[in-house]
Design a binder for this molecule. Structure first.
Ligand SMILES: Nc1nc2c(ncn2[C@@H]2O[C@H](COP(=O)(O)OP(=O)(O)OP(=O)(O)O)[C@@H](O)[C@H]2O)c(=O)[nH]1
Ligand SMILES: [Mg+2]
Length: 213
């Protein structure tokens, strides 16, 4: 019964995007996802074992997009399991906590890992979490912006606790994915169709001329 419902639900989307969320342990990856997927937040810390998975369906440019969201554990001991989930990702959410300098310094390592193992055209969002803890800030907004520029990523600071900027992370990444992976394919298909029509009409006029003579 459950699989029937799932397969019916699967038919309802136009596109499926796979996003992974990576970064050091305790930066707030699971909380970001929990806020986005089920509008909840918890103060207690339960470290992710391996990977967790959520789904959210959104509408973008009149299309239904199913977002497959993979929450990757930040702890080093899960690294080899986690990296096996990078394959096929359309988007990467690189997370650090604005209250933790080391998590920011480690972003470059997460970036290199993903760059090596993900799709060639994968898009990156750099996300500074725990914006509500301004008094404990160790990484300035400007530093975040500069790193994002270096990595060719979009940048935003968020608070899962106060629900600030969370939706933007995912909708921006979905828009980037649409522009990188979907629109070029649709344009190529359209061009191919036009070329076929054009060559058909040329053949038709050639044939016509032949008959007349
Ligand atoms: N104040 C505040 N705390 C947050 C926020 N997001 C997460 N936290 C807290 O940070 C801790 C770690 O959050 P998680 O989301 O479990 O961290 P994680 O990055 O998934 O960690 P791993 O699963 O070990 O990789 C928890 O105690 C959360 O309550 C936030 O926006 N503001
Ligand atoms: Mg987690």
């Amino acid at each position: 019964m459950e699989s029937k419902i799932e397969s019916k639900y699967d038919c309802l989307h136009n596109h499926l995007f796979k996003f992974i969320i990576v970064g050091d342990s305790c930066v707030g990856k699971s909380c970001l996802l929990m806020r986005y997927a089920s509008d909840q937040f918890t103060e207690s810390f339960v470290t992710t074992i391996g990977v967790d998975f959520s789904v959210r369906v959104i509408e973008l440019d009149d299309k239904i997009i199913k977002l497959q969201l993979w929450d990757c554990a930040g702890q080093e001991r899960f690294k080899s399991i986690v990296t096996s989930y990078y394959k096929g990702a359309h988007g990467v959410i690189l997370t650090y906590s604005i209250t933790n300098r080391l998590s920011f310094d480690n972003i470059k390592n997460w970036y290199v890992d993903c760059k090596n193992k993900c799709n060639k055209n994968v898009n990156f969002m750099l996300v500074g979490t725990k914006l509500d803890l301004e008094k404990n800030r160790e990484v300035s907004h400007k530093e975040g912006e500069e790193l994002a520029k270096q990595l060719g990523a979009n940048f935003i600071e968020t608070s899962a606790k106060l629900d600030i900027g969370v939706d933007i992370v995912f909708t921006e990444l979905a828009k980037l994915t649409m522009n990188t992976f979907i629109i070029p394919k649709l344009k190529a298909k359209e061009e191919e169709k036009n070329n076929i029509n054009l060559s058909n009409s040329t053949n038709f006029s050639k044939n016509k001329k032949f008959k007349c003579c």
